[in-house]
Ligand binder design. Sequence first.
Ligand code: NAP
Length: 270
Amino acid sequence: MKRYQIGVIGAGNMGMAIVRGAVRAGMCPAADVLLFNRSAEKRAARAAEGFAVTDDYTLLYTSCKMVILGFKPQNFDEVLSALRPVANAKPLVVSIAAGVPFARMETVLGADCPIIRVMPNTPLMIGKGASVLVRNRAASEEQLAAVRALFDSMGVTAVYENENMLNEVIPYNGSAPAYVYAFIDAMVRSAQSHGLSAEDATRLFCYSCIGAAEMVLANHDQTPAELTRAVCSPGGTTIEAVHVLEKRGFADILAEASDKCIDRAYELGS
Ligand SMILES: NC(=O)c1ccc[n+]([C@@H]2O[C@H](COP(=O)([O-])OP(=O)(O)OC[C@H]3O[C@@H](n4cnc5c(N)ncnc54)[C@H](OP(=O)(O)O)[C@@H]3O)[C@@H](O)[C@H]2O)c1
C-alpha cells in the first residue's frame, strides 16, 4: 500500500531542498514524506524535522506514490540492482541525477514505470531554482504537471520532450550558478584593486546582477543587447568597458565554455 506521498532515496542537499519546498508550499505535510539515509545520525535529524525516515529503500520504493532519486550518478548501479526485486511497485520516479538516461533506469524499473528526469540547480535550496523536466513514455501529462508544480513552487521550470535537452540546458541552469559565481569573483577582485572592500564590492555587484536580471525579465520590449546599448552613452564610461569585452571575445568564451559543458554531459551519459 502507498502510505506516503513522497519518498526520497538519498536525502542530501538537493533531495532535502525539494521536500522542504514541497512542505513549505503546502503540498503535503512532512509526516507524508519518507526519507532514506544511511546514517542513523541523519535519520534522527530528519525525524526531528517531522519527516518519516527509514534505513530500507526497497521498503520506501514500495510505500511511496512519488519516489525521488536524490543520490549521485555513481550510486545508480548499486541502488538500481537493489530495487530490482521490488520493480513491480511502479511509483512515479523522479530522477535529479545528471547524465543518467531513461533507458538505464527502465532496464531495471521497467519501460512501464513512469519516470520524470529533472535538471535542477542549487538556488532551488532558497526557492529560486531553475529546473528543466522531461518525462518518459510511461509518465502521463498529469504526472508531469504534478512534478512541475512541485518544482514551480521552488523557482521556475521549463519542459522539453526530447531527453537530450537535459544535456543541452546544463550551462543555462544546472551549471549556470558557477558561471555567475566566477563573474562575481572576478568583479570583486577587480573592485578590491580599486580600493573597495570585498564586502562592499560583493554587495554592490550582486545587487547590480539581481537588478539587471530583473530588468531583463520585466522588459519584454528590449533584448539584453538593446539594454546594454541603453547603458552605453556615447563617449561615456560603459562603452569603454563593453569595447574591451567585445575585443577580448567575452561572448565567444561563454559559448566555448557552454559547448564543453554540454559535451561532458553527453560523455557522462554514454
Ligand atoms: N548540486 C547540484 O548543483 C546539482 C545540480 C543538478 C543535479 N544534481 C544532482 O542531484 C543529485 C544529488 O546531489 P546533492 O548535491 O544533493 O548530493 P548529496 O548532498 O551528496 O546527497 C546525496 C545523497 O545520496 C546518498 N547516498 C550516497 N551513497 C548512497 C548509496 N550508496 N545508496 C543510497 N544513497 C546514497 C547520501 O546518503 P546518506 O545521507 O545516507 O549519506 C546523500 O544523502 C546528484 O545526482 C546530482 O547529479 C545536483
